[in-house]
Design a protein around this ligand. Structure first.
Ligand SMILES: C[S@@+](CC[C@H](N)C(=O)[O-])C[C@H]1O[C@@H](n2cnc3c(N)ncnc32)[C@H](O)[C@@H]1O
Length: 224
């Protein structure tokens, strides 16, 4: 049954939503990334080279820490805004609570595979540690949704579990798979995220950097 809070319900999806972990997510996340998640988020934002006027979507935003961080770099006067979306109502409620003062930041409950935004709405799409929560078919659907809502020339930055590049990365990635019994993590370890990025409407991706031996940062661009 889907979680409902104050008459807002989690969006139906077969993705692995985190309503059950919302209250502990902000201290769990640094544990899972050995405190590196902020740095990786920072790199993702630097790749966007924000001027302040951009429209951004953060997909699978969780409790919204990176969404808010990005929102601070935008200016409402210049028309800049960011929307964080997550299928888990509890995540979105916590994100809204955190964002007390930034008008250009908004949070919506939505399944990433069924976004309700018009074609070519956003300059940038961000997604950190989300793609290992959805299966192969959904990965493709979500990438094609990201492509649809991006403006021509718009970019997507994806940070996620990828094929491990060293022993430490192998231990971390496979431990995650065993601990959570999450097939979607195994797919990423086996290179399926890269495969689906190539077969999506983006048709290509740029590998930017590897972190901790199991997390990669990618940039995808919608052609003109
Ligand atoms: C590991 S968290 C990442 C949160 C945040 N981006 C971060 O970097 O900390 C993955 C998030 O994806 C959400 N999620 C899972 N399936 C989803 C779907 N189909 N649509 C939208 N969000 C989904 C979960 O509820 C969870 O909040």
């Amino acid at each position: 049954m889907s979680e409902c809070i104050k008459e807002e319900c989690s969006a139906p999806t077969r993705g692995r939503t985190l309503d059950y972990a919302a209250s502990i997510y902000d201290w769990l996340s640094p544990l899972m990334t050995f405190g590196h998640e902020k740095r990786m988020g920072q790199i993702a934002l630097e790749l966007l080279e924000l001027k302040g006027h951009e429209k951004i979507i953060d997909i699978g935003c969780g409790t919204g820490s990176l969404t808010i961080e990005a929102g601070r770099k935008l200016s409402a006067e210049k028309g800049g805004s960011i929307v964080g979306v997550d299928a888990a109502a509890k995540m979105i409620m916590l994100a809204r609570k955190k964002n007390v003062e930034i008008p250009q930041v908004r949070f919506d409950i939505s399944a990433a595979e069924q976004l309700r935004y018009d074609d070519e709405t956003f300059d940038f799409a961000l997604s950190t540690f989300f793609f290992h929560h959805i299966d192969f078919e959904l990965k493709k659907t979500v990438l094609n949704e990201m492509w649809r809502i991006l403006k021509r020339g718009g970019k997507a930055v994806i940070v996620d579990i990828d094929t491990p590049t060293n022993i430490f990365g192998k231990i971390c990635a496979w431990s995650g798979y065993i601990l959570f019994r999450q097939e979607e993590i195994r797919e990423n370890i086996k290179g399926k995220l890269r495969e689906v990025m190539l077969s999506s409407k983006f048709g290509d991706f740029k590998f930017i950097s590897s972190h901790l031996g199991y997390v990669s940062i990618f940039v995808l661009q919608k052609g003109f």
